[in-house]
Design a protein. Structure first.
Length: 181
């Protein structure tokens, strides 16, 4: 895919997000523009627009430099609140990732407006339905609507999977993995 065709945002797993963070030494955070625009978020705090580039303005207000420990707090919140990690690319050079948005279906523009473009991650889910108990927990965190319940059974439409890995994290049976797309 030509870099000009790439969207500003793409999806990755929490582990991939940690690797992006580990590649940087300085961090800035601002309020999330989506959360500010909608008056807050029922899932998480407001200041979750993480930037690796001091010149990036962020999507919301109150930009400030933060420590690695504060970045870890944001990453931990993403895991406990089941937020999708959506890194964003540099406007001038889309081969460079400038930061990470932490998104959910409550307030984030992408999930509210499906015409907002976002690239799929390099991973995709694979589910062992033979070991699945069809509890439905993964359906609740699948903001991309890959996973649905049909007649009390999990239905997986992999065409909708963006590769966030939230289903892997919540599955009590550990019957979901992420593999290369």
């Amino acid at each position: 895919m030509d870099s000009q065709e790439l969207a500003i945002h793409y999806v990755c797993t929490w582990d991939e997000a940690r690797a992006l963070v580990d590649a940087h030494g300085q961090f800035w955070v601002s309020n999330c523009g989506c959360r500010e625009g909608r008056g807050g978020c029922s899932r998480s705090r407001m200041d979750v627009c993480l930037m690796f580039n001091q010149d990036d303005q962020g999507s919301g207000s109150n930009k400030k430099e933060i420590t690695r420990a504060q970045v870890e707090e944001i990453l931990k919140e993403a895991e406990t609140k089941y937020l999708v990690t959506r890194p964003f690319r540099n406007d001038q050079n889309k081969a460079v990732t400038d930061g990470i948005c932490f998104c959910c279906d409550d307030c984030c523009g992408y999930f509210i407006d499906p015409t907002d473009k976002c690239d799929r991650g390099k991973l995709i889910e694979i589910t062992d339905l033979n070991n699945c108990t069809h509890c439905g927990l993964c359906v609740d965190v699948c903001y991309f609507l890959t996973r649905t319940m049909v007649e009390d059974k999990i239905n997986v439409d992999r065409d909708y999977c963006f590769g966030c890995g939230l289903c892997v994290a919540i599955c009590p049976e550990k019957c979901i993995d992420m593999i290369l797309r």
